[in-house]
Design a binder for this molecule. Structure first.
Ligand code: SF4
Ligand code: SF4
Length: 179
């Protein structure tokens, strides 16, 4: 079956459009308006004037982090039971569903007779992860979450981006170690 391609007629550019000058000056005007508005508002704020008019601020990342929505998928963590052991039962569903194949679990028997298995090791390679959240969605035990609000995953080596079970159980400790 032949496919019909609909041709869209583009508007003809006039002389000024072809010079790009109107768009250029419009862009400069918008940038300048924001710049001077914020400049004067910050000066006024410093002497106690127009405090009710908000001025834009720049977040001084990484020292200062912009607040994230609670729904933002951030670095993974493994949740714990009351005794501190991982909730994970090593069912392998997250490892199976992961499209990036970046989860690697080795299972072992759980000493608790009511729970069949637990992870002996649980490795996650952040360098390969695409942050899709499938691992969180599929987990039947609510054992893995992406709610740490830690977004910086930069490292000097690929190895440093690999999280082991201890890193996943203690994400804040890992972040502090990374500096
Ligand atoms: S967020 Fe997606 S890519 Fe990352 S570990 Fe989970 S399933 Fe795999
Ligand atoms: S899906 Fe949940 S319980 Fe199953 S292996 Fe992954 S983290 Fe553990």
């Amino acid at each position: 079956m032949a496919i019909k391609i609909k041709h869209i007629k583009r508007a003809e550019l006039n002389f000024w459009d072809k010079t790009y000058l109107p768009s250029l000056f419009l862009g400069l005007a918008i940038t300048s308006r924001h710049f001077f508005r914020n400049l004067f508002l910050h000066i006024f704020h410093s002497v106690g004037l127009f405090k009710n008019v908000k001025a834009s601020v720049t977040f001084q990342y990484p020292e200062e982090q912009r607040p994230l929505s609670r729904r933002t998928r951030t670095r993974h963590r493994l949740t714990k039971r009351e005794d501190g052991s991982p909730r994970c039962v090593a069912c392998m569903m997250c490892e199976t569903v992961c499209p990036a194949k970046c989860i690697n679990i080795i299972a072992t028997e759980n000493p608790d007779p009511n729970i069949e298995k637990m992870p002996k090791s649980f490795d996650l390679d952040l360098g390969m992860c695409v942050y899709c959240g499938f691992c969180v969605e599929v987990c039947p035990e609510d054992a893995i979450r992406m709610d740490t609000q830690i977004i910086d995953t930069a490292a000097y080596s690929r190895k440093a981006m690999q999280l082991d079970m201890n890193d996943l159980l203690n994400p804040q400790q890992k972040k502090d170690e990374d500096g």
